[in-house]
Design a protein around this ligand. Structure first.
Ligand SMILES: Cc1cc2nc3c(=O)[nH]c(=O)nc-3n(C[C@H](O)[C@H](O)[C@H](O)COP(=O)(O)O)c2cc1C
Length: 335
């Protein structure tokens, strides 16, 4: 199925979908599968922290992109002072001319300046109008509207409110919907709300290529929406997670001391950095098979996911479902 709209034109892709960046999950194979199917793959640069790893991966993806002109790839940068690799990673990405960027959690100023210097595009994760306004003022090309129930740092508002509100405030900007979209009906629904495309994360954890253990993939298939809870214990910022026995044991909220250190102006920066590094280490340990300390990030769309298949098959299925959902919608209006 071929759709042409503001997002496909901006990224020069065939179908308006981004395979969302996922810490520890996204890898080279997933990016190549996305490009092969005419969508955009994106990955967090933090998945490639060893010396030389990120540069080598970008060379591989640039070479693959030359063979698959209908798709593209981009990187996700956590633009926060607490990310010690941010400056170095941005430098490498600019040198390798990464086609697009997704910024999360901080000010995208530096990324936008550098990306614009060679015509790359920048989308900013937003969960409210205030942050979207800042990103627009700095020259972002569009927003990833992260709504309730999304995998990772979910926003507080539903997509039914967030997307029309962004549309009203920023009629010229490209809006990409993220959160709980795992099938074609979800895609058609957010396009009806005013989005130009979707960013899909959780669905791709249950894929052959995803870089996590089989028990995490199976947990996505087994989990229903009631199994997804919010916790601030991993990064300090509320995140969705599967409510495993280990999560129940450690609780969902930071204790009073942690909250105090997070809010105190002298300790805030260092403590947040510590929490994030500790959280990353715990997440990393829990993706390995057999680890009982299971911290498995996942969104509410796990309710809609019933199989572990190759990424290419997921994308094909979602394209077909989009087409079918559109026809079904047209029929229902005729009735
Ligand atoms: C396991 C996992 C890891 C994630 N890691 C990141 C990340 O490193 N950076 C980021 O900006 N978003 C991250 N996200 C959020 C996704 O990019 C995307 O916004 C989200 O998955 C969309 O919602 P969905 O999971 O309901 O499709 C992550 C999501 C998941 C499920």
């Amino acid at each position: 199925m071929h759709i042409e709209n503001s997002l496909t034109r901006l990224l020069n892709i065939e179908f308006p979908m981004i395979m969302a960046p996922m810490f520890l999950v996204s890898n080279a194979e997933m990016m190549e599968a996305a490009m092969n199917k005419g969508i955009a793959g994106a990955f967090p640069t933090l998945n490639f922290r060893k010396e030389g790893e990120l540069g080598a991966l970008l060379d591989r993806l640039n070479a693959h992109k030359n063979t698959t002109p209908a798709g593209t790839y981009g990187v996700n940068l956590i633009v926060q002072k607490t990310n010690p690799l941010y400056v170095k990673h941005l430098e490498i990405c600019v040198e390798k001319k990464v086609p697009f960027y997704i910024t999360s959690l901080g000010s995208p100023k530096e990324v936008i300046l550098k990306a614009k210097s060679y015509g790359a595009k920048v989308f900013c994760d937003v969960t409210n109008i205030e942050h979207a306004q800042k990103c627009q003022d700095l020259g972002a090309d569009g927003f990833i509207a992260v709504g309730q129930g999304a995998g990772g740092h979910a926003g507080p508002y539903t997509l039914q409110v967030l997307i029309p509100s962004l549309r009203k405030h920023f009629p010229e900007k490209v809006i990409i919907a993220a959160g709980s979209i795992a099938d074609g009906e979800g895609i058609v629904s957010v396009i009806a709300l005013g989005a130009s495309g979707v960013s899909v994360g959780t669905r791709f954890i249950a894929s052959d290529e995803a870089g996590v253990g089989a028990d995490y993939k199976k947990a996505i298939v087994d989990a229903g929406m009631e199994d997804i809870v919010m916790t601030d214990r991993i990064s300090g910022t509320p995140s969705t997670i599967i409510n495993t026995p280990y999560v129940q044991k450690i609780g969902l909220r930071q204790n009073w001391l942690e909250r105090m250190l997070s809010n105190n102006s002298t300790t805030k920066k260092w403590f947040k950095m510590l929490v994030q590094i500790r959280g990353m280490k715990k997440l990393e340990a829990s993706i390995h098979p057999g680890n009982y300390k299971t911290l498995w990030i996942a969104g509410q769309s796990s309710e809609l996911i019933h199989d572990i298949i190759p990424c290419g098959a997921i994308i094909d299925r979602m394209k077909t479902e989009t087409y079918e959902a559109k026809l079904k919608l047209e029929e229902s209006f005729k009735a």
